[in-house]
Design a protein around this ligand. Structure first.
Ligand code: FAD
Length: 476
């Protein structure tokens, strides 16, 4: 294949963190190559950030989606430095290292070492001993499996259900029996591959974790600080209230992207940083099988209720980071974060700010419920966890109907098929949380991969650039 000229006009569709960080990385790499690419971002909404949104009012700081990064060195740290945001970083309070699980109708401190595991009563005595026996029983397997199957092989079925089942609900709003460990938690497969036993891997990985300095951190002004800085860096390249409504191949190469005005704009490369269903709608005319594959990525709705209370509004003072809810429980929530414990100062003095997260795949009708219903569900959960004596001072309700993509078993095969389809259109890429990681740090990591693919496609003569944008998930 003859080498293609480097793309001069590039558009990223969607200004969530995935799209904004991809646009930033594409422009930076282009400049490093001595090129001056035109990088546009089309965003349907009237503000950038997508799911990420920070509201600051009357002494409260409320996050709508992710509230923190959990990264050390690497692309996110580099991005923060390039944007001059280091002075804005705030690290989570040490007290927030204590995390709880709601199981058997009450809260239990999550074990952090073998001794505390021995006292972790949500697991039977045999269940606890089975976890401790992991180094003697662990084996490696080389096929994709569910998070539950993987965890049950390592720590036994009981601990897999309670510990991993709870984590998968808390992180993905998903089901540990359905999600693929290889796609959703690739670091777990790497631990097994490198060390066979998770316990041994945990011990062996300590020096590296210390070097990487992974912590929970955000910005003084919340996650919007990063979004605003990325948007300012793009300048007029970012076009708000500009939904992309159609995508087709250009008559002489490249792509035609159609907006509400009806006129199509021509681009050499297109990055779709959209929810998978929206990306599928845009791809329908270009490649219906690729669109069908994207529609096959399930998503779960997510609701968020933030509530402010007087410190003394609970029988038991809320402690630590908050709690996640075990799959066996009848609480209608996934978990609760005590925002003002994690990042002190996010509520006025003498008050607590908590965020209750609900929904997920087990609650598909969540997005249709009223704000009052969601607030009632949240208050019930807080009452059962800590005993509520006083009503909230204030509340905020948010919902995302397509909140979290689910990397179910078979996700990696689906990515390969999407790659094979989209690879037929040099210059076409996908980005965002539907493919290789939902965590905000993973989106910034992936932006670098997507940017490399955009420029490599040109030098490789139009080889399937999406191969780099999809591939297999990396460490998270
Ligand atoms: C309640 C909640 C809590 C979370 N907590 C955490 C956490 O603690 N830690 C963590 O790491 N992650 C967390 N996440 C996940 C993380 O916030 C998301 O994965 C991430 O923000 C998604 O970014 P994205 O760019 O992939 O997608 P989005 O933010 O969905 O961006 C997609 C963008 O595309 C735009 N768009 C849609 N259609 C069009 C169109 N036709 N034309 C142009 N633009 C269009 C949308 O308006 C949107 O701006 C949480 C998510 C939720 C919902």
């Amino acid at each position: 294949m003859t080498p293609q000229p480097p793309p001069a006009r590039i558009v990223v569709v969607g200004a969530g963190l995935g799209g904004l960080s991809a646009a930033h990385a594409i422009r930076r790499r282009g400049l490093e190559l001595g090129l001056a690419p035109h990088v546009a971002v089309w965003e349907a909404a009237e503000r950038p950030g997508g799911q990420l949104r920070t509201v600051i009012e009357d002494g409260y700081l409320v996050e709508w989606a992710a509230n923190a990064f959990r990264t050390g060195t690497g692309p996110t740290a580099d991005l923060v430095a390039r944007l001059g945001l280091q002075a804005e970083q705030v690290h989570a309070d040490r007290a927030a290292e204590r995390r709880y699980v709601f199981h058997g109708g009450r809260l239990h401190l999550l074990p952090s070492d073998p001794v505390s595991l021995l006292n972790f009563t949500p697991l039977s005595r045999d269940g606890r001993l089975r976890v401790l026996a992991e180094p003697f029983l662990a084996e490696q397997v080389d096929h994709e499996e569910s998070v539950f199957d993987y965890a049950a092989r390592h720590i036994g079925a009981e601990a897999a259900e309670v510990l991993l089942g709870t984590m998968v609900r808390g992180v993905y709003g998903g089901d540990a029996h359905a999600l693929s460990v290889d796609a959703a938690f690739p670091v777990m497969r790497e631990m097994e591959r490198d060390h066979r036993s998770l316990v041994i891997a945990g011990i062996a990985g300590m020096p590296q974790r210390m070097r990487e300095g992974k912590t929970t951190w955000s910005f003084r002004g919340g996650m919007s600080v990063l979004i605003d800085a990325l948007a300012a860096d793009l300048g007029p390249g970012l076009r708000l209230r500009t939904p992309a409504l159609g995508l087709e191949a250009g008559p002489s190469g490249g792509f035609l992207l159609r907006g509400v005005e009806g006129d199509a704009e021509r681009f050499d490369a297109v990055v779709l940083a959209l929810p998978p269903e929206t990306a599928a709608d845009l791809l329908e005319r270009l490649d219906a099988p690729a669109a069908a594959e994207l529609r096959g990525i399930p998503t779960g709705p997510i609701g968020m209720v933030a509530l402010a209370f007087e410190q003394g509004a609970f029988v038991t003072p809320p402690d630590g980071f908050g709690f996640l809810v075990a799959p066996s429980e009848d609480l209608q929530v996934l978990g609760c974060l005590i925002e003002s414990n994690v990042f002190p100062g996010r509520a006025p003095d003498g008050q607590l700010l908590v965020r209750v997260i609900m929904g997920g795949v087990a609650d598909p009708d969540l997005a249709a419920r009223s704000d009052a219903d969601l607030a009632a569900i949240a208050l019930d959960a807080l009452d059962r966890a800590w005993g509520l004596t006083d009503p909230p001072l204030r509340s905020w309700v948010g919902r995302q109907s397509r909140g979290i993509p689910q990397y179910v078993v078979g996700h990696l095969g689906r990515l390969d098929r999407i790659q094979a389809r989209l690879g037929r259109f040099p210059g076409l890429h996908v980005a965002g949380n539907a493919y290789r990681g939902i965590a905000v740090g993973k989106l910034v990591d992936d932006a670098e991969v997507v940017a490399a693919a955009v420029w490599d496609a040109a030098s490789a003569g139009g080889q399937p650039a999406v191969s780099a944008s999809l591939g297999s998930p990396s460490r998270s």
